[in-house]
Design a protein around this ligand. Structure first.
Ligand code: SF4
Ligand code: SF4
Length: 455
C-alpha cells in the first residue's frame, strides 16, 4: 500500500456519483448496492464513525459480506473520476476483519505453507502430485482434473491443473545450461503457479529469454508475492513474504542493475508495488518482449499461428500495470490477421484469486459472460498473461465443452520459435501447461529404431 494512503481522506473523496456501478462485475450480476464500490465505501465510512463511539459494535455479517464480495479487479477505480483508492480501502477493511475474527482455517493452513511451514508448497505439491488421482480424475487431452470424491468448496464442474511430478526448480536443474556465463543476466520470477502447477510455462519463458541472448537466473529463494494473503487481510504474512523477496532483489541489485521478468499479471502487479531496491526494475514478459521487438521479429522469421486467436486482459495487467498494447502487439506478431478482439476483453473473468473458490456460483456467473464472448469470437485459442485467469478460463471452456485452448502468450511464442521455418509445418498449440510426455508408443518406436540402427 502507498505510504501516503489515508483511509479517512480516501473515503471523503468519494462523491457518490455511482460511476463505479457501470463497471463492477459483481454489481452487474447481483444488482446489490452494498456490493458495489459506492455502497462498500458508505459502509466503511459508517464503520469508521462507529469506531469513535465508546461502545462500537461488532463487525456485522452484512458488513463482512459486503467487504468480502470483491474481486479486487480495479474496474471501479479505473472508472472513478475522483481517483479514490477503492481496492486499498477494501484491503484495509479486510485487515480489520481478519484481525478481529481470524482467518478461515483453510486459508490459515495455506498461508502457513506459503510461509514455509510443514515443508511449504514444495512438499505439498510433491505429495499432491503422487496422491492427486485418488481424489481427482484426468480430463481428456491433459486439460486438467475434476474431482472424483466429494471435497469441501469443490464441485463437480471445478477444473484444476494436474500437479506435475517435477516442479520448475526440478525441471531447470535437469535442463542443460544453454547460456554462457558472460551473457547479460535477467531474473525470472515464476510465481507459485508457474513454479508448481504449470512449470512448462516457466521452462518456455526461460527458453524464450535465452533465445533473446540472456542468461536467465531463477533464484530458488523466491517466495509467494503475497497478493493472495494481502487480499485475505493477512498483513503480517504479506509483509513477511515481501521481505523475503526483497532480500533476493537486494542481492540481485547489489551486482548491478537488475531486471526481473514476470509471467503472472498478479505477481507483476504486486512486485511493482514493493519498495524496490535502487537499480531494480520489474517487467511483465510482454513489456520485456516489446522492448526486444526487433530481435524477436527476426527470430520468428515470418512464422505465424494458423488458428484464430483472441485475448483476455488480466485485471492486474490492464488496470494494475496499465499494460494493454504490448500483449496485443505480441499476439498480432504471432497470429497476424488471425488475431481477433473479444467483445469485452477488459472484463474480469471472475477468478479474483480465492474468490473463484469461496464464491463459486457468482464467480461462474461472471465467467459465463466471458465464455459467451469467447464463443462469439469463434477463436480456437484464447491467450492471457495470468495463470490464474487461464485456470478460470479453462474451467469455463471445459464446462461448455468448447474446442478452445487457453494459453499464456509465452507458450504460443515458445511453440512458434521451436517450430520449423515458415511454410514447412504449422506450430502445435498445447492444451494445458502440463509437462509433455513422450507417448509410450512413440518411445517404443524410438527404442526399436535405435536397436535397428545399432544392429
Ligand atoms: S465512482 Fe468513485 S466517486 Fe463515484 S461513487 Fe464510485 S467510488 Fe465514489
Ligand atoms: S474491485 Fe472490481 S469487484 Fe471490487 S468493487 Fe471494484 S469493480 Fe467491483
Amino acid at each position: 500500500m502507498a505510504d501516503n494512503f489515508n483511509l479517512r481522506e480516501e473515503l471523503a473523496r468519494c462523491v457518490k456519483c455511482g460511476a463505479c456501478m457501470a463497471v463492477c462485475p459483481i454489481y452487474r450480476q447481483t444488482g446489490r448496492e452494498e456490493l458495489v464500490a459506492r455502497g462498500k465505501l458508505a459502509l466503511v465510512e459508517r464503520r469508521q464513525r462507529e469506531k469513535e463511539e465508546p461502545a462500537a459494535g461488532n463487525l456485522s455479517a452484512f458488513y463482512r459480506q459486503a467487504i468480502d464480495h470483491c474481486l479486487l479487479c480495479h474496474a471501479c477505480e479505473d472508472n472513478c473520476s475522483k481517483n479514490v483508492q477503492i481496492t486499498a480501502i477494501i484491503k484495509e477493511s479486510r485487515r480489520e476483519i481478519t484481525a478481529a475474527r481470524g482467518l478461515h482455517p483453510v486459508k490459515k493452513a495455506l498461508f502457513g505453507l506459503l510461509r514455509g511451514r510443514f515443508g511449504g508448497l514444495r512438499t505439498l505439491t510433491r505429495i499432491g502430485s503422487w496422491l492427486q488421482l485418488l481424489a481427482w480424475k484426468r480430463l481428456p487431452a491433459g486439460s486438467g482434473l475434476r474431482r472424483r470424491l466429494p471435497l469441501p468448496l469443490i464441485d463437480d464442474q471445478t477444473v484444476i491443473p494436474a500437479i506435475p511430478r517435477r516442479n520448475l526448480d526440478d525441471r531447470l536443474r535437469r535442463r542443460p545450461a544453454a547460456a554462457a556465463a558472460d551473457r547479460p543476466a535477467v531474473f525470472f520470477y515464476p510465481g507459485c503457479t508457474a513454479r508448481y502447477l504449470t512449470p512448462e510455462l516457466g521452462v518456455q519463458t526461460v527458453a524464450v529469454l535465452e533465445k533473446l541472448g540472456y542468461r536467465v537466473v531463477v533464484p530458488r529463494e523466491w517466495t509467494c508475492c503475497g497478493a493472495v494473503v494481502e487480499a485475505a487481510g493477512d498483513r503480517q504474512t504479506a509483509v513477511e513474504l515481501q521481505q523475503r523477496n526483497l532480500r533476493v532483489l537486494a542481492a540481485a541489485a547489489d551486482r548491478g542493475p537488475a531486471t526481473v521478468v514476470t509471467v503472472c499479471a498478479t505477481c507483476g502487479h504486486t512486485l511493482k508495488g514493493y519498495p524496490l531496491p535502487a537499480g531494480c526494475q520489474v517487467m511483465d514478459i510482454s513489456e520485456f518482449l516489446y522492448a526486444h521487438r526487433q530481435p524477436l521479429e527476426k527470430l520468428l522469421a515470418g512464422k505465424t499461428l494458423d488458428r484464430r486467436l483472441t485475448y483476455h486482459d488480466p485485471c492486474h495487467l490492464r488496470r494494475g500495470q496499465k499494460i494493454t498494447a504490448e500483449p496485443r502487439w505480441l499476439l498480432r506478431l504471432l497470429a497476424g490477421d488471425n488475431f481477433v478482439e473479444l467483445r469485452h476483453p477488459e472484463r474480469c473473468c471472475g477468478s479474483g484469486g480465492s474468490f473463484g473458490v469461496t464464491h463459486k456460483a457468482l464467480s461462474r456467473q461472471i465467467l459465463g459472460e466471458k465464455i459467451a464472448d469467447l464463443r462469439q469470437s469463434a477463436a480456437a485459442v484464447i491467450a492471457s498473461g495470468c495463470p490464474g485467469c487461464l485456470i478460470q478460463l479453462n474451467e469455463g471452456i471445459q464446462m461448455e465443452k468448447l474446442a478452445v485452448a487457453a494459453v499464456h502468450p509465452v507458450t504460443l511464442l515458445a511453440e512458434l520459435l521451436a517450430a520449423p521455418p515458415a511454410g514447412e509445418t504449422a506450430a502445435a498449440v498445447p492444451t494445458s501447461g502440463e509437462e509433455k510426455k513422450t507417448p509410450a508408443k512413440s518411445r517404443r518406436a524410438e527404442k526399436t529404431s535405435h536397436k535397428r540402427k545399432k544392429g
